[in-house]
Design a protein. Structure first.
Lengths: 162, 820
């Protein structure tokens, strides 16, 4: 028996008619074609599927799509809608904070969520927070550098707007 | 060539913008009209005979389009030919894409279902009934070789699949004149780099061809596997006499490789392809995490008995190693971990006399596969643990013992006793620098102070944290010579290929932009960025105007035996191919420009995409327009277009590309090197090891993009550290894998992984295109030994010896508490 759901994804209203067992990550990827959210473990360990649900960081493999009914979801595709990269994305590019790119959308979303909560984190705070996500390529050094750079960029961005 | 301006710079990544915005294109991101989804039934037993497989109920489930049982798979496909990883196999053994009569490890594929959705395919898998006759499982080397053990392969008569030996110099004479023999038994465990994207295949069958899109690191393996396994099926289903010529392999973005995606993925490419042939519909199969953990391939558990013949001053004059490799439940990678030890057999040392005896034992565990260095981390572990042990037994300083044995800078190019030619290196300088950078004397001073304040051993169980430091050195071989195995297996009838061949195509478009194609796929090593920097310098354009035209496509990419994201091949073969193609294209461009400008070709300069002599100039776009559209403006006899394909083979592949009469052969062609220093704190009450500092001084030859090389070093070091700290596969005595998730497996996160510090000390290679050497798997080779050395140093007041990995808290606690 399928269930109808209505939600907002990256600012656009979406409807779905889905099996209740459908995971949010599979709904995003297969029903909406938002393939930037990746599946690395499907049991909440790797964080490659991290998205924002009503502003909170969520591993979308640990949430059923029906649980997101009525929510606002932001995926990696929706982080920047202006045509330019978001400061967090730009910092990951500048600092070589990725290699194969498979974990990257999850790390960018997790870093973005961290910097929204804590605009000026220490290295220890960055490492503690991002331990939710796994990267097999980088050894994390350049990811941590990217988050530090993103914090500076976001601060400048905020200052320039006030 | 124009003045070098982009090589050596931290040029902006070309791959990163699409990945940070979620626009990478991995296999699972692709979809086709009428595409089906496949799911695989796997063995729950480590060892069992398959008595019967009943698939009727699964086939009748609505939405299921096809089911293949072992009988179907045997009827529709042919076995793989024994590959080069199985050199030395004494009886031919047919291996199909799935288990046929027996299962030999938990997770071995048995049957496959294709259905309208993945969920239906998974439901159908549960409806397949299999009758098994369980057999005794050998879950360890000891069980497998025990008297009366049930053989995995009856044809072999026992579970010792191969035994052999290589010997260089006069080892017995060296041992006879030694002042002392130092003996040790060492062990390295099963692990994997666990790429975050598991295996993925999308197969499409048309009347013209079979196309498979998959995340293979070595598409030639897939190409050959499909040709071998499906040639008869394809010749019946494809039109005309195309047969195997009509296999096409595509590799889009790959979510990490590390060797995992070289070998066993061929099974799944064949199974997915069979489904596409049977249903005449596109079929996608995506492996899940637990499937990858149990059946995607592991590195090899290796046991070493080592004897070193030493002089009183610490000189090592001979080494004898007995190596037992637990190769798991397949003969297809029987000797790969043995043969790869030839690549760094002598590490950085001058010893001339060495024997390596090998034994490959089949066990009811996941087959072993290439993984970040293959046997090389084990070989380096042997050398560097022995250096520490020799120092302890002789009462010498461990770093001084290493210095006593290092190949001196004046000896390069240096030929090792087994035929490897090290082009360049300054090993002593690497050690000097790493000691400065890690502040070695200060660490020793603090350690001495800490030990003065520690409670005396008699005052009860040890408490607090103990500091230790380990300093090791290792080589990172690069650029494969496929003829290596011929030195060990001269009887092999099939020459595995020798030296290397890899191509690149560089093209100036009609609008003046530059595109290129490589023969090999990438798994995240920034090949596009690196290659674009080289092309930009050779052609005289900005890297912004240079881009990769397409990812790997066997029908279009200029590929050869070296077109593999393995063996650290890129730096040697792809760089040579890209440079060669760009150089030839530059010459062609100048020929055309000289004719149009009516100038002497040799006097022309190129800058920012404009060819000029003084005021007389012409842009790439104008030249492109002529080359593709206007024969009247071309010189007589000029071949139209501005495109060059060039295949690179190493110009210095000889001597010793083929083995000589003494069995000397070049296993790989370049030899990066690095010194690693680890400072650890061990909590002696809990056994927890914290890596306080991790410092590397690395010689990777000429750096093309230092940020890219940094990333390779950081990543491979982090993996080696995680291996040493506790990640690994654990099996129960019944052969059940107990570590099916990344959490159980124990992969280090940002919390356990230290901030790694790198200093580059590049010593250009005299034989490569730009002086470059390898950078990829390198830091994963010495890092397990560095952590072992540091932990042993920390616990030396307690008399602890580190012989095995991993050093998980539980195992360190046991070491502390088991001491006499």
């Amino acid at each position: 028996m399928k269930r109808p759901i209505t939600l907002t994804v990256n600012g656009e209203a979406c409807v779905g008619d889905i099996e209740p067992r459908t995971l949010l990550v599979h709904f995003l990827r297969e029903h909406l074609g938002l393939t930037g959210t990746h599946v690395g473990c499907v049991v909440g360990e790797c964080g490659a599927c991290s998205v924002l649900v009503d502003g909170q960081l969520v591993k979308s493999c640990l949430m059923l799509a029906v649980q997101a009914d009525g929510c606002a979801v932001t995926t990696i595709e929706g982080l920047s809608t202006s045509g330019t990269l978001h400061p967090v994305q730009e910092a990951f590019v500048n600092r070589f904070g990725l290699q194969c790119g498979f974990c990257t959308p999850g790390f960018v979303m997790a870093s973005h969520a961290l910097l929204m909560r804590n605009p000026n984190p220490t290295e220890e705070e960055i490492r503690r927070d991002l331990s939710s996500n796994l990267c097999m390529c980088t050894g994390y050094v350049q990811i941590v550098e990217a988050v530090k750079e993103a914090a500076v960029k976001l601060e400048q961005w905020r200052t320039s707007r006030t | 060539m124009a003045d070098i301006t982009h090589i050596g710079r931290r040029a902006r990544s070309k791959e990163a913008p699409r990945h940070v915005s979620g626009r990478g294109q991995y296999v699972d991101d692709l979809s086709r009209p009428r595409m089906l989804h496949a799911c695989i039934l796997r063995s729950p037993y480590a060892h069992a005979r398959i008595v019967a497989v009943r698939a009727d109920a699964a086939a009748k489930l609505p939405g299921v389009r096809a089911v293949l049982t072992p009988a179907d798979i045997k009827a529709l496909s042919q076995p793989f030919k024994p590959g080069r990883y199985a050199a030395g196999l004494r009886v031919p053994i047919a291996e199909y894409a799935s288990a046929i009569e027996k299962v030999r490890y938990v997770g071995e594929p048995i049957a496959i279902v294709a259905a309208d959705t993945r969920a239906i395919a998974e439901d159908a898998i549960e409806l397949i009934g299999v009758d098994y006759e369980p057999l005794p499982a050998a879950a360890s080397i000891q069980d497998a070789v025990a008297e009366g053990a049930t053989p995995l392969y009856e044809e072999l008569g026992s579970n010792v699949g191969w035994q052999g030996k290589v010997s260089y110099g006069d080892v017995d004479a060296a041992f006879a004149r030694a002042d002392r023999i130092v003996r040790e038994s060492l062990k390295i465990h099963r692990y994997s780099s666990t790429p975050l994207e598991p295996f993925a295949c999308l197969a499409e069958h048309s009347p013209e061809r079979l196309t498979i899109t998959c995340n293979s690191q070595s598409p030639d393996v897939i190409y050959e596997a499909l040709s071998e396994a499906l040639s008869e099926t394809l010749s019946e289903t494809l039109s005309g006499a195309l047969g195997t010529a009509a296999v096409r392999v595509l590799v889009p973005d790959v979510g990490g490789g590390f060797g995992q995606k070289i070998h066993l993925i061929r099974k799944y490419a064949v199974l997915t392809a069979l489904m596409a042939v049977k249903t005449r519909r596109p079929v996608k199969w995506i492996e899940d995490r637990s499937e990858h953990m149990m059946a995607g391939g592991h590195s090899c558990e290796q046991e070493f008995d080592v004897e070193a013949a030493v002089k009183a001053d610490g000189e090592v004059i001979g080494l004898k190693i007995r190596d037992t490799d637990d190769v798991g439940g397949s003969v297809s990678t029987l000797t790969i971990h043995f043969t790869n030890k030839l690549n760094n057999l002598f590490n950085t040392y001058t010893v001339q006399h060495l024997t390596l005896e090998g034994r490959s034992v089949l066990t009811n565990k996941c087959p072993v596969v290439p993984n970040r260095g293959i046997g090389k981390p084990g070989m380096c572990f042997v050398w560097e643990r022995m250096m520490d042990r020799i120092a302890q037994e002789l009462g010498l300083d461990a770093i001084a013992v290493r210095r006593r044995n290092l190949i001196p800078a004046s000896a390069f190019p240096y030929t090792t006793p087994n035929g490897n030619i090290y082009g360049s290196g300054e090993y002593e300088t690497l050690l000097d620098k790493v000691l400065v950078n890690v502040d070695y004397d200060e660490v020793r001073r603090r350690q001495a102070e800490e030990r003065r304040h520690a409670s005396p051993a008699a005052a009860g169980p040890p408490r607090g944290t103990y500091t230790g430091i380990g300093v090791v050195i290792g080589v990172e071989p690069g650029g494969r010579n496929a003829a290596r195995d011929m030195a060990i297996f001269p009887a092999s009838k099939q020459m595995p290929g020798a030296g290397g061949v890899e191509g690149a195509t560089v093209k100036i478009e009609k609008n003046g932009s530059v595109v290129f194609t490589l023969g090999s796929p990438s798994c995240g090593q920034s090949h596009e960025t690196t290659a674009a920097q080289i092309i930009a310098d050779v052609l005289g354009v900005s890297p912004d105007r240079v881009s990769l035209a397409t990812t790997y496509d066997s029908a279009l990419s200029p590929w050869g035996v070296s077109s593999s994201n393995s063996g650290n091949n890129f730096h040697l073969y792809d760089v040579g191919a890209v440079h060669g193609a760009a150089t030839r294209l530059r010459d062609k461009l100048l020929t055309l420009a000289a004719h149009v400008l009516k100038e002497d070709k040799d006097r022309l300069a190129i800058e920012s995409g404009v060819v000029s002599l003084g005021e007389n100039s012409i842009s790439f776009a104008e030249l492109g327009k002529i080359a593709y559209t206007n024969q009247a403006q071309m010189p007589p006899g000029f071949e139209g277009g501005l495109q060059v394909t060039y295949f690179h083979s190493h110009p210095h592949a000889d001597p010793l590309m083929l083995p000589d009469s003494q069995g000397r052969v070049r296993a790989q062609y370049t030899f990066s090197s690095a010194a690693h220093a680890a400072v650890v704190e061990v909590d002696v009450e809990t056994g927890r090891v914290r890596v306080v500092r991790y410092v590397i001084v690395s010689d990777n030859g000429t750096l093309i993009n230092p940020s890219v090389v940094d990333g390779q070093i950081y990543g491979s070091a982090a993996h080696g550290i995680s291996v040493a700290l506790g990640e690994g596969f654990v099996y129960g005595a019944d052969g059940q894998l107990l570590t099916l998730t990344l959490l159980d497996y124990g992969k280090s996160t940002t919390l356990e992984t230290p901030h790694i510090e790198i200093e580059h000390h590049p010593v250009p290679d005299p034989f490569t295109t730009l002086g470059q050497k390898a950078a990829g798997e390198g830091a994963a080779i010495p890092s397990p030994a560095a952590i072992a050395s540091a932990v042993e140093d920390a616990l030396s007041p307690l008399g602890v010896k580190v012989r095995d990995l991993p050093l998980s808290p539980e195992r360190v606690w046991r070491l502390i508490n088991a001491r006499v």
